[in-house]
Design a protein around this ligand. Sequence first.
Ligand code: FAD
Length: 491
Amino acid sequence: MTRSGQEYLESLRDGRSIWLDGERVEDITRHPAFRNTAGSIARLYDLSHDSAHTPVLTRDGAHRAFAVPRGYEDLVARRRAYKVWAEAGFGFLGRTPDYMAGGAAGFAAAPEVFTTDGFDGAANALAYHRRLADGDLYPTFTITNPQGARTPFDAAGGTAEDDPVVRVVAEKDGGIVVRGAKMIGTAAVFGNEVIVGTIEPLAPRDVDRAVCFSIPVDTPGLSFISRVSYEGRARSVFDNPLSSRFDENDALLVCDDVFVPWENVLTYRNVDASFGMWWRTPAYVNFVHQAATRFWTKLEFLAGLAILLTKSNGTYELPPVTQAIGRLLGKVAQAKAFVLAAEASHVEVDGGRGGVMPGKDISFAQRIMAGELYPQAVQEIKLLAGGGVIQLPASGEDLLHPELGPLVRRYMRAPGASSEDRIKLLKLAWDALGSEFASRHEQYERFYHGAPHVYLMQQVWEGDTASCEQLAQSCLDGYTLGGEPKAPDSR
Ligand SMILES: Cc1cc2nc3c(=O)[nH]c(=O)nc-3n(C[C@H](O)[C@H](O)[C@H](O)COP(=O)(O)OP(=O)(O)OC[C@H]3O[C@@H](n4cnc5c(N)ncnc54)[C@H](O)[C@@H]3O)c2cc1C
C-alpha cells in the first residue's frame, strides 16, 4: 500500500547518520536544512491518497513506477504518473521515489542478469523490487566512484588498503563487510534504502569493487556527509521559493565497515554483472523515462517564468523577445517529443518475460539533448531578465518595515502589478536561474546521467551507425566520374 506523507516522515526518524557542517543531524524532518524538502516529498506521498490523483499515481495499491510495463499503454500510464510528481516540484526534484522505483522494476523485468557464476542475485533483485513496492519505500542510489580514485588505487600510487572506493573487505557469517565511499547520493538522506554499486565498466582486477547491494539508510556504519544546504541558507520561502523547499540534497556516502546481509546483495565480485545490471536490464532506460518527463516539466516551468518575467518587464510584445519565447517553447516541445518518441519506439525486454521498455537509442539521445539544452535555456532567460533579478531587496521583510516598506512599494513596481507581486516573481526567477541552487541544477542536468565523454561514445557504440552510413554510401554509389546517374537502390 502507498504510504501517507506522515508515515513517510516518521520513517525518516530512525537514527540515520547525516553530517552537515560539523553537526550530526538528529532529525531531518525537523532540522532547518532539510525539513521543508522532507515536507515537499511527504506531499508527493499524500498525492497518492488524493482521489484526483490516485488512479494516475497508483496501480494495484502501489506507485505505478513499481509496475513492470507490459505494453505501450503501461508506459504512457507510467509517464502520466511521473508527470504528476514532476509538476509538484516544478521539475526541480530529480530523484523523487519514482526514479529508482522504475529502476527496481527494470531489475524485476530481467532478473536473469543477476545470475552469475559464483553468486546468484536474481532472487535478491526480485525481493528488492517486492520489498520496495510492498512497503512503498523510497529508494535512491550511489553508483559513481569518487573522482581521483577510479583506476585501482594501488595502480595509481596508493595502497589497496587506502582505496577510498566502496569494496568488499571481508566475508562473514550471513553476509559481507564493505568499506569505502561513493558519490553523489542525491536525495539519499531522504530515502529509506540506498543502492551502492558501480555504473562504470570495471577491469577484471577490480573484483573487490564489483559489488552492488541495497541497505537501509540507518544501517550501522553507514553515514552521509552532506554538501552545503541551500534550504538551510534560504532566508524564507518568499525570498528563496525553490531552494527553501526543493533542495533534494547531495551527500557523500561512506561505508565504514558496514555489514551487508547476503539477501541485500545484488551482485558480488563480478565486474560484468555489476555493470550489466544497469544496461542489460531496463533499469537505466526506465531512469531516463522518469527523468525525461521531469525535464520536460522543468522546461515548461522555465518557459512560463520567461513569459511572466517579460510581461512584467514590459518587453513581451517586442518581436525579438517574442521570438526568444518561441525558441523556448520549441525547446519545451523538443523535451516532450523525446518522451513520446521513446514510448512509441518501445521494445520487448530480452528474456521473454513479457516486459517492455522505452526505446533505447532515443532514451540515450535524450541525455545528450537535455545536457546541452538546459544551459542554453537558462542563458536565454537570463538575457531576457535583465537587471531586475539583481536589484531586489535583501529580504521580503523590507516590504513590511514601517519606514522602508512604503519606499519599496512606491519605487519597485511595474504597471499592473504590486511591488510585492513583482518582487515575488523576480525572486523566484533568480532562485531558478542564478542562485547557488540554480547553478547546482545546471551541473545536475549536465552530469546526473553521466559525463558527455561517456554518453556520447555510448551513443555511437549502441546507435545504428550502419544504416546512416549505408544511406550516405548509397548516394555515393549512385554516380561515377563521367558516368550516368543510377537509380537509387530501394532500401
Ligand atoms: C548534481 C549531481 C547529482 C548527482 N547525483 C548522483 C547520484 O544520485 N548518484 C550517483 O551515483 N551519481 C550522481 N552524480 C554523479 C554523476 O553520475 C557523475 O558526476 C557523472 O557520472 C560524471 O562523473 P564524474 O563526476 O566523476 O566526472 P568525470 O568523469 O571526472 O568527468 C568530468 C569531466 O572530465 C573530463 N573527462 C574525464 N574523463 C575523461 C575521459 N576519459 N575522456 C575525456 N574527457 C574526460 C570531461 O571533460 C568530463 O566532462 C551526480 C552528479 C551531479 C553533478
